[in-house]
Design a protein around this ligand. Structure first.
Ligand code: ZN
Length: 139
């Protein structure tokens, strides 16, 4: 179990150090800003939504390691998905962060965020990118 935690920690540190899709994609037609006052995380999420598909996605801003890693992992996991699929994924991530036990379906590298569950104040950090994405898609 500690090996597993170590692996998850590596994933988070890696995504924090080298965030994926950390830019404003060309052709982005959706944008939202999110702010988590508890931690000071500030993030902009950009998406190119075409025919209800997230064709491209990126983010900018500054946040703690958890917020940045969550945003990076999110962009990798929702690119190419429909709006509805992204919302389902968000619901599953939220459940993983707030409910005891393993996720009901495997969530791949997103499971690296599961350890956040032990630190309730950090759940807001991990959920911020997802909430901001939802706001962008609902724009
Ligand atoms: Zn934070």
């Amino acid at each position: 179990m500690s090996d597993l935690s170590g692996l998850y920690q590596q994933i988070i540190l890696n995504h924090n150090k080298n965030p994926r899709n950390f830019h404003r994609p060309e052709g982005a037609n959706r944008k939202a800003e999110g702010y988590n006052p508890v931690c000071g995380d500030q993030i902009q999420v950009y998406a190119n939504l075409e025919n209800d598909h997230i064709v491209d996605i990126g983010f900018e801003g500054s946040g703690c390691a958890i917020a940045t890693a969550s945003a990076s992992l999110m962009t990798e996991n929702v690119k190419g998905k429909t709006r509805a699929e992204a919302i389902v994924l968000m619901t599953r991530v939220k459940a993983m962060l707030t409910e005891p036990g393993a996720p009901s379906v495997p969530l791949g590298d997103l499971e690296a965020l599961a350890g956040v569950r032990q630190f309730p104040v950090r759940i807001q950090c991990a959920m911020l990118p997802w909430k901001t994405l939802l706001a962008a898609l609902d724009e």
